[in-house]
Design a binder for this molecule. Structure first.
Ligand code: KIV
Ligand code: NA
Length: 266
């Protein structure tokens, strides 16, 4: 099976909605691969998998390690790996060096980075040199310290032109799609109408060209999730029940039972 390609994803503008989720490891990625057009190895893994308070502390090597696992576990979806904070903002050269490292070591098909107009020059530099880039605008979690938290964007209509300009800038720079995160619904709709590339919404609008969620959030593994997440499962409770059953059976010696033990030849 051939993987979905960057041009295939780009061509879905205004067409059938693009389905995507994050994945960080091989087994869950293999399940997601059955349904997703692309899979993002998001730097949210710092918070979801490693207990960090924000994505700011995520190192490049960690993205590469999880990126490799997801590529190995999948066959069909396009794999996009997030560039972590501090590995691309300084200069186009720095961004190219680190994006190339991610692509060579993980064998992913594209990278994602945060920022609109301010990252346009870098996006152009990467795309011209063979690295497909997915942009990410609106609420950009790597800037959470500047914003004073994870703040929904565009509540004040005066701020809309700047967000729309960000979308146009990344599109003109050659990004093949753009994640639009944490913005009020009508702003997401205006952004989607303003650019020729697919918008991938998260906490945005049903009219975006696609949607993405953090897998563990929508599975109900995390106790707390933001309002924009719909819980499609209750994995946290399922795991708790299973671990609790196991603990009781170990204590009352009903596990292991005959079917879980080996016996010598008769
Ligand atoms: O890191 C991540 O999971 C993301 C998505 C939420 C878009 O960037
Ligand atoms: Na991210």
């Amino acid at each position: 099976i051939r993987r979905n390609t960057v041009p295939q994803i780009a061509s879905r503008k205004g067409a059938e909605p693009i389905v995507s989720l994050t994945s960080y490891h091989a087994h869950t990625a293999a399940i997601v691969d059955k349904f997703a057009d692309f899979i993002l190895v998001g730097d949210s893994l710092g918070m979801v998998m490693h207990g960090m308070e924000s994505t700011v502390g995520v190192p490049l090597d960690l993205m590469i390690m999880h990126g490799k696992a997801v590529v190995r576990g999948t066959q069909k979806a396009l794999i996009v790996v997030d560039m972590p904070f501090g590995t691309y903002e300084e200069s186009p050269n720095m961004a190219f060096r680190n994006a190339a490292k991610i692509m060579k070591e993980t064998q992913c098909q594209a990278v994602k980075l945060e920022g609109g107009a301010r990252m346009a020059e870098t996006i152009k530099f990467l795309v011209e040199r063979g690295i497909p880039v997915m942009a990410h605008i609106g609420l950009t979690p790597q800037s959470s310290h500047v914003m004073g938290g994870f703040k929904t964007q565009g509540r004040d209509e005066d701020t809309w032109p700047a967000h729309i300009a960000d979308a146009k800038a990344v599109s003109e720079a050659g990004a093949f799609a753009v994640v639009v995160e944490g913005v009020v619904e009508p702003l997401a709709d205006q952004i989607t109408a303003a650019v020729d590339i697919p918008t991938i919404g998260i906490g945005a609008s049903a009219k975006c060209d696609g949607q993405i969620l953090v897998l563990e959030d929508m599975l109900g593994l995390n106790p707390w999730v933001p309002k924009f997440v719909k819980k499609y499962g209750n994995l946290g409770l399922m795991i708790e029940q299973a671990v609790s059953d196991y603990a009781s059976e170990v204590k009352n010696r009903s596990f292991p039972s005959a079917e879980n033990m080996y016996q010598p030849k008769k």
